[in-house]
Design a protein around this ligand. Sequence first.
Ligand SMILES: Cc1cc2nc3c(=O)[nH]c(=O)nc-3n(C[C@H](O)[C@H](O)[C@H](O)COP(=O)(O)O)c2cc1C
Length: 328
Amino acid sequence: MSESSLMDISSEMERLDADCIIFYGSETGTAESYATRLAADGRGRFSLGTVVANPADYNFDRLDKVASDKSVVFVLATTGDGEPTENATNLFDSVAGEAPALLGLGSSPLQSLQFMIFGLGDSTHDHYNAMARRINHALVRLGATRIGELGEGDDGEGTLQEDFLAWKEKAWAALEHVRVVRRTNPKHVYALDVVEQPCLSKDSSTVYAGEHDEQQLKGSTSGPFDSQNPFIAPTSTSPAATSPTTRATTPPEWPRNSLQGKVPVHIRTSSFRLPADPLCPVIMVGPGTGVAPFRAFIRERMALRLRGAQVGPMMLFFGCRRLRRRAW
Ligand SMILES: Cc1cc2nc3c(=O)[nH]c(=O)nc-3n(C[C@H](O)[C@H](O)[C@H](O)COP(=O)(O)O)c2cc1C
């Protein structure tokens, strides 16, 4: 795109009535999907007008024009040898290049800009998260104020997802301190009745504890848990293997302080399903928590088999970077 056809950020935010623009620098799509999730989160939780934007389409030389009641978010992967992704090169040149045009506007041209930033990187590379670090440094040098921490997700340690989720919560909390944002009740939250069954323990064969994520295994999530600070138990259920009344079981460490007869459950629907034909052979590759739906697939076919149905062969490949991370 030629320089003249690049869009002006502040006019575009005005046109779209956006409170928050989220730029992603992405080579293989992860940063883009995180930006999209962040935008949905901001809309759902705070009714923020969020827009996801490709930096390749925008002119960053006039970042100073962004109004002080707006927020700019950067979700940036590092590629090459500590380089910006292809779609973020103009962002990099305008903000962190050798002679940013913005510097021609004075010593602190971005003093009214407030930004949030999360980097995606891999600590096995020499220039870990170089893109987010350099953009963060350059923006602060140009006078901008960061909201929350500089988030760093580590693909090398396999904690990208957990790092992102942890950063996101802190970043939203920081935004609440500097902006008048009101939390809204998230959609798709169901209040399920809690039925105490003292005869059950965590070792009972009918109790399924879900897949714990990295933070829960480390014990770094803490209550009180509610819809704004959810206790996440990534899990997947098989309709053939479970009855409607016992389908959801709480993990043994479920925070009992939040159970007052009802438990709010946010169900994220997915279109990820077994093939309709039960005879179809299935090869499943599920590293990390990605193995959760496959466990349900296997239980589904086991249940069908126990009922006398013919089912196709299944192969599951589970991978993780280190033996000690093998949670299951
Ligand atoms: C070819 C290549 C080069 C990379 N170089 C770096 C690097 O220098 N520093 C770093 O922290 N991460 C590096 N990474 C890791 C990526 O930033 C990380 O995997 C990120 O999640 C990719 O996000 P994306 O899917 O949005 O492109 C590299 C990844 C690839 C594939």
